[in-house]
Design a protein around this ligand. Sequence first.
Ligand code: SF4
Length: 337
Amino acid sequence: MPDAFVQESLLQERVGNKTRCNVCARRCVISIGGQGWCRTRENRSGQLVTLIYGAVSSRAANPIEKKPLFHFYPGSWCYTVGSWSCNFGCPWCQNWDISKVTPDGGEYVSPLRMIELTERSGCAGTSISFNEPTLSLEWSLDVFRLAKARGLYNTFVTNGYLTPEALNLLIDAGLDAMNVDIKGDAAGVRKYGKGIDVNHVWAACQLARARGVHVEIATLIVPTVNDAPAVLHGIAARIVAELGPEVPWHVSGYYPAYQFTVSPTPLRTLERAWHIGREAGLEFVYVGNVPGHRYDNTYCPQCSTLLIERHGFEVITNGLDQGKCPWCQRTISGVWQ
Ligand code: SF4
């Protein structure tokens, strides 16, 4: 691993002759010479270091709708980077080529360079995405502080399995919005995520909301894993109860990848999930990965007026009037400009 990528890790504490990492909710206790579950943090003589500071596996300017974030600066673009590895073990990972590999250096992008790339490409903000961004905590903090000083927004696309300590650091540094992937019910997430307690994810969403971060939820619907109506209803009902009915829920289709060969998610399953979400009380449910589908649009939850029409990741029309429905004046939850 080149030295440029190695930096002292934040949120570490000694536990006897080992060291605990408190970046994500796994809270790995790591022996000298060992690595954490995600392989991005290593114990060197009692001190934890991150191996992926500024290590970029992929980068691109993306529409904010691709995250997906539909109620946050619609039509804007964000400069998006990913690094390596993950703290979950999902066998269907759609980004397995960067998430399931040992951290491998890649391109070094300094925080300042990240800001330059963002501004030169005409983007309104940053997004740490593609692999799990929590693992890039130290670099993200440096990027977010610089971005805020330049009037840019900051976003995370995350599995939400970060500790309150890490999340508070990110919010203090300027995290504005998160898309959080809720992968299923407690049993399913524990089994497929490899020992994950989904309650930590819900707690992170609640903390983010309480601190003013814009939150949208996504669920990749994987047949045989989380497509049962009871599972989908459980997710939707929990968003309503714990986060609020105004929090958008994106349901999207999976494609066979990595170790999973089950057929792709049928469209009827996504449409059924949309109805389950609406019947549970959610005001905004979206069907993803189906360009041009009517459930990709934003409708007023009070009078059903079409407010934002989309095709794929493109905003076709935006009829919001200062965050309100122009017909019935209902305030539409979101960060609009
Ligand atoms: S980030 Fe999470 S998985 Fe990685 S070493 Fe720290 S606690 Fe373990």
